[in-house]
Design a protein around this ligand. Structure first.
Ligand SMILES: [Zn+2]
Length: 204
């Protein structure tokens, strides 16, 4: 008698209701999100969300909420395959009056794209950002490299790339002194550094 067919990781992923970025996570291992902060931005994050959504994600019919909090990643989105609201979390480093709206628009686009293009298995390995994700992101945000240049010029010393996990971690001890530091304006960053670094090397 034949045994039951073995379950693939994708089957397991479909059963797992909670996703973080492009990756299913066990509900039990879900980290508690820290206490949210009041926005220090000189513009409305909700208006920005509305703008990005209307421009690129009109088909998304679920509520999306944005939060600032001191997390271990620069940004991420949590959502459930069962539907309901999705939550985009921005690190406190981005909660600053000097954060350009262009940078947050780029991050919002990246995180919402996770709802449209989930991760998948490639050659037996789970990939949060499959090639079609990067292609679409570049189509939607052709100037994304300028946002990465701003992020690295302003708090690159706090960031640690984890290529295998496809995440960009924030080093807590280095981030604390940077929180209230004035930010270099985007135009100045581009004048000095151009649009480096190559955005494709970095994950959110
Ligand atoms: Zn991502």
């Amino acid at each position: 008698m034949r045994g039951a067919p073995s379950r693939t990781r994708l089957d397991a992923a479909k059963d797992c209701c909670l996703w973080r970025d492009g990756r299913p996570v066990r509900t039990r291992s879900r980290r508690k999100v820290r206490h949210p902060e009041l926005s220090l931005l000189p513009y409305s994050l909700d208006d920005l969300l509305h703008k990005v959504r209307n421009r690129h994600f009109r088909d998304l019919d679920r509520p999306i909420h944005c939060w600032f909090s001191f997390e271990e990643s620069l940004a991420f989105i949590q959502h459930s395959l069962a539907g309901g609201p999705a939550h985009i979390h921005f690190h406190s480093l981005l909660n600053h009056p000097g954060t350009p709206s262009e940078v947050l628009e780029f991050i919002l686009t990246h995180e919402m794209l996770h709802l449209q293009i989930p991760g998948r298995e490639i050659d037996g390995r789970w990939v949060d950002h499959p090639p079609e994700f990067w292609t679409r992101e570049s189509e939607l945000v052709p100037r994304k490299r300028s946002s990465w240049a701003w992020i690295y010029a302003n708090f690159g010393e706090c960031l640690k790339r984890e290529p295998k996990l496809e995440r960009l971690l924030v080093i807590r001890s280095r981030a604390l002194p940077v929180l209230a530091r004035p930010r270099i304006p985007l135009d100045d960053v581009l004048k000095v550094f151009g649009m480096r670094p190559e955005a494709e090397e970095f994950f959110l």
